[in-house]
Design a protein around this ligand. Structure first.
Ligand SMILES: Cc1ncc(COP(=O)(O)O)c(C=O)c1O
Length: 390
């Protein structure tokens, strides 16, 4: 079969110029997402930050900066990248700060959130004497999450993430000006509405004492199913009840939702009685780990429904891990060696999580610009692999 048969015909010229494997961002799709966030911020009393943990492709930050008000970071390195490349407000939250990182974090953070009272007490003096003193917050645990997979549920029993209301007494420790609540994952506005009611229920007595409330990530505002008018209504009503509070969202997934793909190539075909293994030059465990961890089955461009009793293709990852495969898939035509396989929606939680396990070639990174041209931003080499070890 022709190597381009699995590719949108409109784009096949440009796709044939892209090296394999490659993460490919589509500028026009990112712009579409930014328009959604521009509407949300224009109509609701909320500001939106980019969570770098989900998407940190800084080459496209100039486009994001037109709309988003800053970035959120979960470590010193993310804070440095946010300050260097985003350059607006930098909200930092880490489950446990290291003593040796704190002064550099303070150089970059406009807002600094602690996961526990003990960390706040430990670092209070150094924060309060910092030349550019950030606004300090506490992560709270709202004791509600719609997330069914424990790996992604910060409100599971005995969670290590966020302070419980009973440990706070009646008044907040001096110096705390904000709360961060993160409990959603690819969730809708109705889950946000419940979250707000839980925050009012468990932490309502503290709300008059703080200035800002960061509702974390997991708001899938850019998905087709998201009811943005409902989100606007919910945020407005909450704000009417607590007009002094600045509201913040820090999504990662929703920023890069359906803005690009991972292009790969079939390097071998191994028929067995039950399935044919299509051996790819990408790895699920190394490049798309959420497929195995969540787990979920990504869409592949040009796939069709597998019929009852039909022998499908099992997409095999390039590492030696026995479970590094997904399947089974079917296509309009039989696969051949050299065919390109395109995994849709592979911008969020891929590049930020990828590894060089097995020394498997790391996908290059590039963009299809609005004018239809392709720009290659990054290629990886043996030196990148080697330099991680010494
Ligand atoms: C504290 C915090 N904020 C924001 C996010 C981003 O969430 P998402 O990418 O689901 O929008 C996460 C994700 O784990 C998080 O832990």
């Amino acid at each position: 079969m022709n190597p381009m048969n699995h590719i949108n015909s409109a784009n096949s010229d440009i796709l044939s110029k892209i090296p394999s494997p490659c993460f490919v961002l589509e500028e026009s799709w990112l712009e579409r997402n930014m328009n959604v966030f521009a509407k949300l911020q224009a109509e609701a009393p909320v500001k939106v930050l980019l969570a770098l943990k989900g998407f940190a492709l800084f080459h496209c930050f100039p486009l994001l900066k037109n709309t988003l008000k800053g970035a959120s970071a979960s470590s010193l390195w993310e804070a440095q990248l946010a300050a260097e490349e985003f350059g607006k407000e930098v909200y930092v939250y880490s489950p446990a700060y290291r003593d040796e990182d704190l002064s550099a974090i303070l150089d970059n953070a406009s807002h600094l959130t602690f996961n526990s009272l003990s960390q706040w007490e430990r670092f209070r003096a150094v924060v309060e004497s910092a030349p550019s003193r950030p606004s300090v917050g506490l992560r709270i645990n709202p004791q509600y999450s719609p997330v069914k997979t424990d790996l992604y549920n910060p409100c599971q029993p005995s969670s290590r993430l966020g302070v419980m209301p009973e440990s706070l007494g009646e008044t907040l420790p001096e110096g705390i000006e904000g709360f961060l609540s993160h409990n959603l994952c690819e969730s809708d506005s109705y889950a946000m509405e419940i979250t707000l009611s839980k925050i009012e229920h468990y932490f309502g007595r503290f709300l008059p004492q703080i200035k800002w409330l960061n509702l974390g990530g997991g708001h899938l505002v850019t998905s087709k199913e998201y009811n943005i008018d409902h989100a606007i209504k919910v945020l407005k009503e909450f704000h009417q009840r607590h007009p002094h509070l600045h509201l913040i969202l820090e999504p990662g997934s929703a920023i890069a939702w359906q803005t690009g793909f991972l292009l790969s190539t079939v390097r071998d075909l191994i028929p067995t009685p039950d399935v044919t293994h299509a051996m790819l030059d990408v790895s699920f465990t190394a490049h798309m780990p959420d497929c195995l961890e969540m787990p979920y089955r990504p869409s592949v461009r040009g796939e069709r429904q597998l019929e009852d009793g039909e022998k499908g293709y099992r997409l095999g990852g390039a590492s030696c891990l026995a479970g590094d495969f997904l399947g089974d898939y079917a296509f309009a035509q039989d696969l051949s060696i050299g065919d390109r396989i395109i995994f849709e929606d592979m911008m969020h939680y891929t590049m930020v999580k990828s590894t060089m396990f097995n020394g498997v070639v790391h996908p290059s990174i590039g963009i299809i610009n609005k004018d239809g041209t392709f720009t290659l931003w990054r290629e990886f080499s043996y030196q990148d692999y080697r330099s991680r070890m010494g």
